[in-house]
Design a protein around this ligand. Sequence first.
Ligand SMILES: Nc1ncnc2c1ncn2[C@@H]1O[C@H](COP(=O)(O)OP(=O)(O)OP(=O)(O)O)[C@@H](O)[C@H]1O
Length: 642
Amino acid sequence: MLNAEKLPMKLCSIFSLFPSIFVIVTLLPLALADLNSDKQALLAFAAAVPHGRKLNWNPATPICSSWVGITCTLDGTHVLALRLPAVGLSGPIPPHSLGKLDALRVLSLRSNLLNGTLPSDIPSLPSLQYLFLQHNNFSGDIPTSFSPQLNVLDLSFNSFTGNIPLTIQNLTQLTGLSLQNNSLSGPIANLTLPRLKHLNLSYNHLNGSIPSSLQKFSNTSFVGNALLCGPPLNACSLILPPPSPSPSNFPPPPKQRSRKKLTKGAIIAIAVGGSVVLFLVALILILCCWKRKDSEGSSVLKGKASSGGRSEKPKEEFGSGVQEQEKNKLVFFEGCSYNFDLEDLLRASAEVLGKGSFGTAYKAVLEEATTVVVKRLKEVVVGKKDFEQQMEIIGRVGQHPNVMPLRAYYYSKDEKLLVYDYISGGSLSTFLHGNKGTGRTSLDWYSRIKIALGAARGIAHIHSVGGSKFFHGNIKSSNILLNQDLDGYISDFGLAPLMNFPATPPRYPGYRAPEVIETRKHTHKSDVYSFGVLLLEMLTGKQPVQSPGRDNMVDLPRWVQSVVREEWTAEVFDVELMRFQNIEEEMVQMLQIAMACVVRVPDMRPNMVDIVRMIEDVRQLDSENQPSSEENRSKDSNVQTP
Ligand SMILES: Nc1ncnc2c1ncn2[C@@H]1O[C@H](COP(=O)(O)OP(=O)(O)OP(=O)(O)O)[C@@H](O)[C@H]1O
């Protein structure tokens, strides 16, 4: 006889509605039928889609308790989540396979090799809340039908084309929309999504002006779309880019709106014209005074710098053949929304942030509350042409969400200035080792993985875009800058080739690979070593430098190796991490990645792309991995290698 108390919750509530035992007896096979249909859908998917790693999806074993990547509802009647990140899935997903998992809430197939069009039955799964398909090679249009429950949609780093579907407007639950690094075109609709917190549409072919509803997002959400304009990017010019040839799913902008834009454009043009005249006058004045200014240290920046008691006159003169007028130009990079000139910069109130290996960094606050960082380089030994070439590479390499973009530079015989965004959070070093008495918040495990992954992606990007000869050369925790959301930016790269390096001995030799200490030559693999030390620093909470008298500074790789030789022990890990539960396995996995990076033989170290994948395998970030009461995420890392 059936005992209602022992039935799972869902059936109990049904029992109260339908007290007849007969009804319950007929419902049980129905639940099994649901799970069976989910099982068939998964088996159809696994049979049709080749996968590099072995999935243990054996039809004879229970799907909810033993199939890798599967999470079921508590009552075991439906598949709730399917997570198969980086398991080598390749080729297209057949329609009517995963699209039949009608209770699915989380689908993560990110970092695989899936291609072809995305079947429309997947994003429209009725219960779907999180869809992570980033880092695949899907192409064609983004389907237009979505689950109204959708919370996070990540289709970034694919090859989607066409417009951003207007139906996204209906997703009132959406908190994250990541479509960056695709080939999407056309204008962006005026999406009013009340819960949207994270938006990234960068590196597509979108055009037109950024709609007012999205202007609150930072320029990193939109950069890399050459024909996109308006705040937070550059103001739209009078000649607006032509409308998209087939914006079929966007209504044409109302006439009144475009008239308003033109009027605004005209005002801007008049203002710009006036400013150009003023600027030319100012330029002539500056040119007249320039020599005197240089020798006296006349700029505000200079004035403040000298308060630090340093004279920064270059040892040699370069660029003497360059026209005088060119010398006073601040060169801005494409996509930069700043609207100031050199004179504004020199007038800005400046404060020394710190002195690094390449010069002094100032925080400069301009009028209209624009804050930038100006790095004043010392010891630059290359001529103007080489300097400009290197700036061009740094500008190109800086186009990544985890790399600090160079916004502008200035070169003259006596002064070389670099302009960056000001990142208000501080550096990773401050977060890890800052004075605890001053209200420093300790970094939790989730944040540490997020920062490590961001840094790894940034360095991988630097390596891939910069080419085999372009390395970072100065990876360390003070060069990972964090914003308020703890998004990390790798900074301070590409400057060593400009200097008479090594002019000064490195201040933090603990990050240097053994071969760099011997040969002074950097490579991608020496960056990997430094990144490994950085990971160890994040895991142990210790600074990777030997310094007598300071207990918390050690030769990290050697210290960790010696502890590991004894036995794997919690002693290695930062005590601040000990209060978090169920992270031991992930910490050990991260430690293994770090140790692989710091092996002595450079060729035996993984490359940065591998490291990104390894960290992604340790934990899926974003909401897809927030444990919920109904989900048991620990199985997710159980993917077996063949
Ligand atoms: N864009 C930025 N926003 C906020 N702070 C910054 C920025 N760039 C640098 N800083 C801070 O300014 C200080 C000096 O930075 P700088 O890069 O010149 O030297 P460093 O990182 O200490 O040493 P090194 O030059 O050897 O890398 C550091 O504390 C750094 O965190």
